[in-house]
Design a protein around this ligand. Structure first.
Ligand code: PCA
Length: 216
């Protein structure tokens, strides 16, 4: 039976590396239960733990049967909202995760493809954010920590779900996390930016062709 409200799954992460907040969790909580037209947003906070984060994401995908999945994470030091272009099949942790695990050079899916592309219209999202005066850029690397792990696992899980699109977006620190002179964005600003992102992702099946993006 078709559900009356198609679901958007929006995930964030719990704080990690000794922090007490993570903007991605705040956004997922704030947008949980919000309607976007006919669509209902389900916000979920994932543990910052290799394996467990992915297991929870997979079970939420099975439970909610979403039409769109966007995972969010914090990338402290970045000044822009950065839709990620590509997920790579490697865990290589510079710091331990919240369970103390620190995998080095391990594939996420043994014998899986080296990489998956985001199926979000990443350049159209950046253009829409710029049009609203928000800082945004396409990122070419989601790193090799738990965010890339979840992003790769998401795209691997979606490969058999026809028409379901997904991707990952990294966010700057909140003002209270950033030191003097370090870039940050207020939670309200990021909540608004992710609402814009979700609308663009629902509306546009094809991406824009536009030059630009971060060079790293
Ligand atoms: N950022 C980390 C993991 C959780 C988060 O919010 C990362 O970029 O991998």
């Amino acid at each position: 039976m078709k559900k009356s409200s198609p679901t958007i799954l929006l995930t964030g992460f719990e704080p990690f590396d000794g922090a007490t907040v993570n903007p991605s969790a705040g956004i997922a909580r704030r947008l949980h239960g919000r309607k976007l037209g006919r669509h209902l947003i389900e916000g979920v906070v994932l543990p910052c733990r290799f394996g467990d984060a992915l297991a929870m994401l997979q079970s939420e995908i099975r439970r909610l049967d979403p039409v769109l999945v966007i995972c969010l994470g914090q990338a402290g030091g970045r000044a822009e909202i950065t839709p990620e272009r590509v997920a790579i099949n490697i865990d290589d942790a510079r710091i331990p995760d919240n369970a103390g695990r620190q995998p080095v050079d391990q594939p996420i899916v043994p014998r899986g493809p080296a990489a998956y592309w985001s199926t979000l219209p990443v350049k159209a999202i950046v253009a829409a954010l710029h049009a609203r005066g928000l800082p945004a850029a396409v990122s070419q690397t989601a790193g090799t920590f738990v965010c890339n792990h979840v992003f790769y696992g998401l795209m691997h899980a979606l490969r058999r779900r026809r028409g379901v699109r997904g991707g990952f977006i990294h966010l700057p620190w909140l003002p209270e996390q950033a030191g003097a002179g370090q870039p940050a964005l207020a939670l309200d600003v990021m909540v608004g930016a992710i609402e814009v992102t979700l609308r663009v992702a629902l509306r546009r099946k094809r991406d824009l062709r536009a030059a630009g993006g971060r060079t790293h």
